[in-house]
Every structure is written in C-alpha cells, then in structure tokens.
Design a protein around this ligand. Structure first.
Ligand code: HAM
Length: 438
C-alpha cells in the first residue's frame, strides 16, 4: 500500500466540511474588509526565499524543500506566502497600477521540512493578508483585529493577540548590541543554534525553544527599552487603535518571530488551549517595511499576517464548536426500473440547476437500501418515482420527517419545492401559502 508522505494530511469527509466552512467564513470576512484574493505559485525561485525570509532563519536554513527542475532551475516549494506576494507586487508593478495600499489575502498550502508533531506538518495550509503601501499604524491594528474577528466569527473564545515592537533599524541595532553584551557571559551555556545566532542574529536567541526557561533568559533586556522616539510613537499608536477596537491583546516583549523581514509591530494570535503546546499559536505576522525594496521594488511599507488553517481547524474541533455546516440533502430521488431511472437522472439535473441539493441512487440498491441511504443524508424530501404514475405525469413526494405525501404534477415540481424547502421549521412542519391554499 502506498501511504501519504510524512507530515502531510488527507482532509476528508466531515473534516473537509469544517475546512470548507472555515474557508467560506474567511472569504466572506475578507470581502467585508475589501481585501482582494491573490494566488501566487506554490514554487518560486530559491533565491526569493533566501533574500526575502533570510538565510539565517530556521525556515530557510533547515526547512525548505529545494529542488532543481529538469531545466536545472533552483526552485523551492514556498514555506510561507509573504515573499511570493511581494515578488508578485513588484513583478506586476502594482505600485504603479493600483491605488495604494494594495490589500490582498491568500489561502494555500506551504511546505516546511519540520519534525512533524501536533499542529506542525510538512505540508501546512495558511490563510494570510498583506497590506502593501501604508506605514500607518491603523493598518497594523486593523489586521490584528481582523485576525481575531475571524476567529470570533468561527466561535473561538479567549483568543489573544501578543504584540511587540522590533522598532526601526536604529532601535534594533542598539538592542542587538545590548543583547550581545548580555548573552556574552552565557555563551558557553547556549545551545548550538543560539551560539550561531549570537553573531548572525542575536534577536533570534530570544526565540530559543531549548533554553528559554533559564533564569538569565527571563532577565534579558527588553527591546521596548531600546525603541527610539519614532518607533515608540508607532507602537503607542498601534496600541491606541487596538484599544479603540477593543482588541484583546497583551504586550509581550519576547516575541521576535522566525523570519528576518520584520520591523516595528510583530504579533502572534494565540488560542486558549494549553494542551496544544506551541501549536497554541494560531497565527503571526507584523510589519516588513523594507522587504519590497530589498527584493528590488520601490520603498513600500507593508504589514501582514498568516494563520495556520490546520491549527485553526484543530482548535475548533478541540473546543467542540458547533458550526452551522449544512449536512442534509434537500431531495433524494428513489427509483427501481430503467424508465424511472431515466426520470431520476433528468429530474436530479433540473432540480440541482434550480438550486436544490439533490441525491439519488447510483448502485442499483433495493428500495429498502435507498430509503436507508436517504436517511443517512438526513434527506428532507423523497421523490418516489413510479412508472405507472409517470405515465400520467405525476410523481409522489414524501416529507421524510412528517412522512406526509403529496402527489404532484411533474411540471409543478420546482414550484412545489420552492414553496416547501427552506421554510420547513424545526419540527418538520411546513408553513407555506401552498398549504393555506389546500
Ligand atoms: P509564521 O509564523 O511562520 O508566519 O506562520 C504563521 C502560522 O502558520 C503559524 O502561526 C502557524 O499557525 C502556521 N504554521 C507555521 N508552520 C506550521 C507547520 N509546520 N504546521 C502547521 N502550521 C504551521 C508566516 O508564515 C508569515 N508569512 C506571516 C506573515 C504574513 N507576516 C507578514 N505577513
């Protein structure tokens, strides 16, 4: 038997319905915020991620799926969505053709060669937003609020934004020096990764999963004490707008994020599910004001975030949130002989095109088997096709809850269902003009 690759998932049946529902909610909320959907390639040139995300990050140095194609091009399966969106923004000259800021969202699979564990996969799905062309802190606040609003709309409670500021280049340079000074006496005690980070990217030491509980880690200097006036002003404004939006957030000066492109605001969206461990972080993002110019475009301040759909769905299931997922079939068409079957094929098509959810029989089950299958879909109505009735242009429709039957002329069938479906109350009682007329 061939099995799926390590770190990948099949999303099937009931789970697939949850995913679809979540994606539909995301689409509808994005529409309200006027974000445009964007699709970029799943693979990009390897150089994009090296230059964009940073050579020293774990994602690029250890986790990318790199390959040479048959034309010897160096390609990489995207580990995240931001670099591709920025590449597309520059390549399509959106800065010249669109009114700024450009607000886009995406939803797709990303690939990271990580050790698979709870909420951590090698093929993962993210939805994300990127706003390109505004440095206004109102955008930082808006997207943090947007991420939490989507989770709220899905029914997740107790989600919190953890926010921090990495400041501008000047603030970060000062902080980097202070951190190096602080960690220098502990250098021998640091893990091998952090020893390497010490010179290349000391901020990333704060993100260490091995040593972060050690006392001297907790006492490390805070970036917030190194922000210059400009950076502090930006961060204060973000907090002011978050307060205005009544966003549930905490300031967490240990958030540095695992990608190199950030400056000013960084944040993570956390669920309130302790058993999830590090998978409790549903999403993260921040400002990346220099990435566009770094990749060859004009100076363009940007901000964005991404949420892991795998973790979001996991959280919904863990919290046992009842989602309004439509499970039932409107009409199930039953038949026995070839003549009835042809009518079933024809009617199913007509009714589906009229907007109803229609199921029928495909494997020659007995009528008893067909009734059972119709029940398995919670079918609201049954059409019981009968050759004798069909000769007179009639069909029998049965309400599968009340068991009440009606004989209806074939040409009125759509009218019948328009009258009955969608206004059936919870008891299966049908209140319609049609009934009043009877
Ligand atoms: P990130 O923090 O690397 O940010 O990923 C965002 C979210 O993707 C994580 O919080 C997590 O939910 C999910 N995720 C990451 N890795 C995995 C994995 N191996 N398995 C399952 N889920 C995972 C970014 O990707 C940035 N591009 C976000 C951003 C957008 N920043 C600015 N704009």
């Amino acid at each position: 038997m061939i099995i799926k690759p390590k770190g990948t998932m099949d999303i099937t049946l009931e789970d697939a319905k949850i995913w679809k529902y979540v994606e539909d909610v995301i689409d509808s909320v994005m529409e309200k915020y006027n974000y445009n959907y964007i699709r970029t390639p799943i693979f990009e040139s390897t150089e994009l991620f090296h230059r964009g995300i940073g050579n020293t990050t774990d994602i690029v140095s250890k986790e990318t799926y790199d390959f040479l194609d048959r034309g010897n091009r160096k390609l990489t399966l995207r580990p995240e969505g931001t670099a591709g969106v920025v590449r597309s923004y520059i390549e399509n000259k959106m800065y010249g053709t669109c009114s700024l800021p450009v607000k886009v969202y995406y939803n797709g699979t990303m690939y990271r060669y990580e050790r698979p564990q709870l909420g951590r996969y090698r093929e993962l799905s993210q939805y994300g937003v990127e706003v390109l062309g505004s440095s206004d802190p109102m955008v930082d606040a808006e997207i943090i609020s947007l991420a939490l609003n989507i989770n709220k709309m899905l029914g997740l409670k107790g989600n919190k934004a953890h926010i921090n500021s990495l400041g501008d280049q000047e603030s970060r340079d000062h902080y980097r020096e202070a951190l190096k000074k602080y960690f220098e006496p502990h250098l021998d005690d640091l893990c091998e990764d952090c020893k390497a980070r010490f010179d290349k990217n000391p901020l990333r030491i704060l993100d260490c999963k091995v040593d972060h509980d050690k006392e001297y880690f907790k006492k490390a200097p805070s970036i917030l004490d190194y922000l210059n006036e400009e950076s502090k002003k930006h961060f204060d404004k973000v907090c002011e707008y978050l307060d205005l939006l009544e966003v549930d957030y905490v300031i967490d000066d240990r958030i540095v994020r695992g990608l190199d492109y950030y400056n000013h605001t960084v944040f993570e969206i956390n669920a309130d599910i302790p058993s999830f461990g590090s998978a409790n972080t549903l999403g993260g993002g921040g400002r990346y004001d220099t990435l566009v110019s770094q990749l060859g475009g004009p100076d363009t301040p940007c901000v964005g975030y991404a949420v892991g759909l795998d973790r979001l769905v996991m959280a919904l299931k863990e919290e046992k949130i009842a989602l309004p997922i439509k499970k039932d079939v409107d009409i199930f068409i039953l038949y026995v002989n070839e003549d009835e079957k042809k009518n079933a094929i024809y009617l199913a098509n007509e009714l589906r095109m009229a907007g109803f959810v229609v199921e029928t029989e495909y494997t020659n089950r007995s009528l008893k088997g067909q009734f059972k299958r119709a029940d398995s879909f919670d079918s609201k109505y049954l059409i019981l096709l009968n050759s004798e009735e069909l000769k007179d242009g009639l069909i029998t429709i049965k309400n599968n809850k009340t068991k009440q039957s009606d004989q209806v002329l074939l040409e009125y069938i759509i009218y019948y269902f328009e009258e009955h479906i969608g206004i059936t109350d919870n008891d299966g009682e049908v209140e319609t003009d049609y009934e009043e007329d009877k």
